[in-house]
Design a protein around this ligand. Structure first.
Ligand code: PEP
Length: 249
C-alpha cells in the first residue's frame, strides 16, 4: 500500500536559530498520524535538524543534491555527504531549481540515477507552467517530464520514488489547482506509469500535490483518491498551519 506523506519544503528560509525553534514547536505539536511527515531545511541546517529530530517521527530531507560522487563541483553537495549526516531522502526537480538554476529533465535523470545508486529515496517534482495549462498541453508536458527523468528506471527502483505534481502556476501564488484538477492529473500520471511499466508500480507510488496547500484547502485536496499527500512550501514555515495540514491527512 502506498504511504501518505506530508513534506515541508523550507526553501532558503530559516537560519540555524529559527530552524531550531520551528523544529522544537513542530515536535511538540506534532499530531498523531499514520502519515509520514518530512521537513526539508536548507543544507547548512540539515545536520542540526537530524540531531534535533533523532527521537522524532519527523524525517529530515534535502532540497537538492549533485549527481557526481565527489570532485570539482564548487558549491555542490553529494549523496554521500547527505547520507553521512543521516539524510536519506532528497527532493529533486523542484520548479525553482528548473527555473532559476537551469535544471533540465536530462540533468535530473542523472541526479535520479545518482540518488538511487546511493540507495536514497527521491521526492521527484514536476508540473506544467501557466501557459502550458492555458494552451492545454499540461498532460503532454507532465508525460514528457516523467518520461525523460524516470522512465529509464528499472521497475524495482520505483519503491524509492515519491512523485510530487506541482503545477508551477500554483507554487507560492496562493492559487491552488482545484481538487478536481489535482485528481485529474494524478490519475493521468498513474495511467502514464501503467502504460510505461505496469499497474502495480502505478498503484504503489505515492503522488503528492504541491502548490499553495493551506489549512483551508488541504482537506478537500487530500480527499481525492489519487492524492497521497502534499509537498508544502509557505505553509510549512508556520507551525500551526503545517500541523493543521498534517491533521488534514
Ligand atoms: C513548493 O515550493 O513546493 C510549494 C508547494 O510551495 P507553496 O506551498 O508555497 O505553493
Amino acid at each position: 500500500m502506498r504511504s501518505k506523506i506530508v513534506a515541508g519544503n523550507w526553501k532558503m528560509n530559516n537560519n540555524q536559530d529559527e530552524t531550531k525553534k520551528l523544529l522544537a514547536t513542530l515536535s511538540a505539536k506534532l499530531p498523531d498520524t499514520t502519515a509520514e511527515v518530512m521537513v526539508a531545511p536548507t543544507f547548512v541546517n540539515l545536520s542540526k535538524a537530524v540531531n534535533h529530530l533523532e527521537s522524532s517521527l519527523i524525517e529530515v530531507v534535502a532540497q537538492n543534491m549533485h549527481f557526481a560522487e565527489n570532485g570539482a563541483y564548487t558549491g555542490e553537495i553529494s549523496a554521500d555527504m547527505l547520507l553521512n549526516i543521516g539524510v536519506k531522502t532528497v527532493i529533486l526537480g523542484h520548479s525553482e531549481r528548473r527555473a532559476y538554476f537551469g535544471e533540465t529533465d536530462e540533468l535530473l535523470a542523472k541526479k535520479v540515477d545518482a540518488a538511487l545508486a546511493a540507495n536514497m529515496r527521491i521526492i521527484f517534482c514536476f508540473g506544467e507552467e501557466l501557459e502550458e495549462r492555458k494552451s492545454g498541453s499540461h498532460f503532454e508536458v507532465v508525460k514528457r517530464q516523467l518520461t525523460n527523468a524516470l522512465f529509464h528506471l528499472k521497475p524495482e527502483a520505483w519503491s524509492k520514488i515519491v512523485l510530487a505534481y506541482e503545477p508551477v502556476w500554483a507554487i507560492g501564488t496562493g492559487e491552488t489547482a482545484s481538487p478536481e484538477q489535482a485528481q485529474e492529473m494524478h490519475a493521468f500520471i498513474r495511467k502514464t506509469i501503467t502504460e510505461a511499466f505496469d499497474a502495480t508500480i502505478a498503484d504503489g507510488v505515492s503522488i503528492l500535490y504541491g502548490g499553495s496547500v493551506k489549512p483551508n484547502n488541504a482537506n478537500e485536496i487530500f480527499s481525492k483518491p489519487d492524492v497521497d499527500g502534499g509537498l508544502i512550501g509557505g505553509a510549512s514555515l508556520v507551525c500551526d498551519d503545517f500541523v493543521a495540514i498534517i491533521k488534514a491527512i
